[in-house]
Design a protein. Sequence first.
Length: 317
Amino acid sequence: MRSDAELVRAAQGGDAASLGVLLERYRAPLYGFALRILGHGPQAEDAVHDAFLVALRKIERVREPAAVGGWLHAVLRNVCLMRLREARGKLLLGEPPHHAQEGSFELPVEESIDRLALREWVWTALSELSEPLRVAAMLRYFGSYSSYEEISTILGVPVGTVRSRLNQVKVKLAEALLETAGLAHDEARRLNESQTRFFEAAWGEYNRGQGYELLSSAFSDDPAFVLSDGTIHGRRWFVEEFEGDLEARMKLHLTTLIASKDVTVIEGDYENPSDNPFRCPPAISMVAFYRDGRIPRMHLHFASHPERKDEGELHEP
């Protein structure tokens, strides 16, 4: 599972899916926090949605990615206090007054949304809204006439309708952002399944003594094989080792395969031939690093043989 810091850095680079995963991770504790402050289910949920949109436009300001949980709670606290002030019709001592325009929470969005790293995602998400919601959002956040009254005049609908539509926009944008978390997980699942099918087929070919061409196709033209003792080998070593294993009728049974975008971890148990039971160690762990769809570097660790404690060697001497 990716850490908070990894998700924040990816989101700061413009990856909406990573931000969605991060917000999905914190949705439950944030909702509970909002309930304690506001005391109402619908209001608490709306406040969480508002906090998500603040995160959408301000994630790049997070200076300590590993502490993003505290940052999200601080954002939500400010949102909740704003809602309480508005409900009471007064300002807290020492707080600056709101902008004279109604709906002050949305105002900062129009000031910064065009500079978002996630701008393309925002436009895509807006395009999925119904026409009335999309028009209201475009006028509010991207147009020159952004007050509720001006939008009301342009669209020929009451101010209350404008306010309602923009509230729906906030909720739907927040929900769309959360949906990217599911899409990210689906993508990870598809990648893992794809890699599993490939390596099962490649090692199946190897186990049947049919060669290693399919496995070899996964590597770049000049791959580096790094053993746990720091020794680095090239393609020639790879060819010699596999040809020797094929001649000895070695087999490898996969036990674990975990794939992410640029890294795949493969583990397996060796089955040595009966006439040479100590040819290979009992197990191997491989970490493949991808670039442009191929593997330029793979790290290998060989489990110690019960009878011998030599590590990092493919074959017993």
